[in-house]
Design a protein around this ligand. Structure first.
Ligand code: DSN
Length: 420
């Protein structure tokens, strides 16, 4: 919301919410966002999210809607689908999932029967809740079996994965992660799935933007049946989900999203996604994605040089996980709280087979998409690593933390937040 008159109206009609909005904007400007799944949306996305498209119900798909008045919604959804297909080299795109969880649920429910076996990554090894965590509804509906990482290298244990697949004969093999700092060859998953007679799904929510920009591998190029991604992480779009699949699955996926799982899509989100897919095809986005990877490598190296121990000893993508217990004798929650006090936003993170509970885990997850969207480069990564390590070794000293908070503010003042 940039228009001064709109802001005045909000301040007059609901000052509590207006003040919270001002506070959040100030927090985002003065602090630094290092959670790898968060980013600053393109300014065009913010405009479209607050647009007239939010007023419209559009159950159905372009040309086949249940309500009238769909001239412009049909236009934006058709553009969004066409642009998504071109961007990701996909045969079919569904742009309606409200977010990442319903997106993955729609795939499971569209392609499988309750009780079917799905092979996916263990949560503590980097998988996601929707990859069958026992506390999730999907974990109750389907029979999830798991693969893990190799304790010696931290990389995915493909021998173990193949063994579980042979023993359990899954109907679907899922790859994708929310805290795994490495890349892999999707053909390795495809071979295991083919041998088991299983379908393949890659949830690339974290790296969707990096795949769009062709700086990381695209699972669809390796013949995957389905790829899912959220649109708000490395893609810098609206909060939402995108399902890409082979034409052979198009009808089942579309029917699973609507009417299977959802009612009316959020058309303001669809409009913003359409614009995102256009912006992500531009050369400037390719440069951005390359910088995200270069910054992640620089941040990982600068942390390692300061005695931080990283899970897998580094990164191939946009994220890294510090074992804060092994590095600094601090659990991830205490580390996150200390960094909050100096203006760096991070998240506590479980590490593989973490002996500690999820609210007091042994690690801390960091990523570079948001800092890179502000224009920061490898020099700034050095300063960020220094602030992180000095904070985590300061023992909570208030004077030291005040000095470090000042260093964060000095850094962020040079890099405005896009769209704010
Ligand atoms: N919340 C996302 C993440 O942080 O990875 C996944 O849903």
């Amino acid at each position: 919301m940039s228009d001064a008159a709109e802001r005045t109206r909000l301040a007059q009609s609901d000052n509590d919410i207006y003040l919270a909005l001002k506070g959040e904007e100030a927090r985002q400007r003065a602090g630094l966002e290092l959670i790898p799944s968060e980013n600053y949306a393109f300014p065009e996305v913010l405009t479209l999210l607050g647009s007239a498209f939010t007023n419209k119900y559009s159950e159905g798909y372009p040309g086949r809607r249940y309500y009238g008045g769909q001239d412009y919604t049909d236009r934006i959804e058709t553009l969004a689908r066409d642009r998504a297909r071109a961007l990701f080299r996909a045969e079919h795109a569904n742009v309606q999932p409200l977010s990442g969880s319903p997106m993955n649920q729609a795939v499971y429910l569209g392609l499988l029967e309750p009780g079917d076996t799905i092979l996916a990554m263990d949560l503590s090894h980097g998988g996601h809740l929707t990859h069958g965590a026992p506390v999730s509804h999907m974990g109750r509906l389907f029979n999830f079996v798991r693969y893990k990482t190799d304790p010696a290298t931290g990389a995915i244990d493909f021998d173990g994965l193949r063994k579980v697949a042979r023993e359990t004969k899954p109907k679907l093999v899922v790859c994708g992660y929310s805290s795994y700092p490495r890349d892999y060859d999707y053909a390795d998953f495809k071979r295991v799935a083919d041998e088991a007679g299983a379908l393949t799904m890659a949830d690339v929510s974290h790296i969707g933007g990096l795949i769009a920009a062709n700086v990381m591998r695209n699972p669809l190029d390796a013949g995957f049946d389905v790829m899912t991604t959220t649109t708000h992480k490395s893609l810098r779009g609206p909060r939402g989900g995108l399902i890409l699949c082979k034409e052979a699955f198009a009808k089942r996926i579309d029917a699973s999203v609507f009417p299977g799982l959802q009612g009316g899509p959020h058309m303001n989100q669809v409009a913003a996604a359409a614009t995102t897919f256009r912006l992500a095809a531009m050369p400037s986005f390719h440069d951005y994605a390359k910088a995200v990877l270069a910054n992640a490598k620089a941040l990982a190296a600068a942390l390692t040089a300061r005695q931080a121990r990283l899970v897998t000893s580094g990164t191939d993508n946009h994220l890294m996980v510090i074992d804060t217990v092994a590095s600094f004798g601090l659990d991830g929650a205490k580390a996150q709280e200390a960094l909050d006090r100096v203006g760096l936003t991070t998240n506590k993170q479980v590490i593989p087979d973490d002996p500690n509970p999820p609210m007091r885990p042994s690690g801390l997850r960091l990523g570079t998409p948001a800092a890179t969207a502000r224009g920061m480069g490898v020099n700034e990564m050095e300063e960020i690593a220094a602030i992180i390590v000095e904070t985590l070794t300061s023992g909570g000293d208030a004077v030291a933390e005040a000095r470090l908070a000042n260093r964060t503010r000095t850094l962020t003042a040079r890099f405005p937040v896009p769209g704010l």
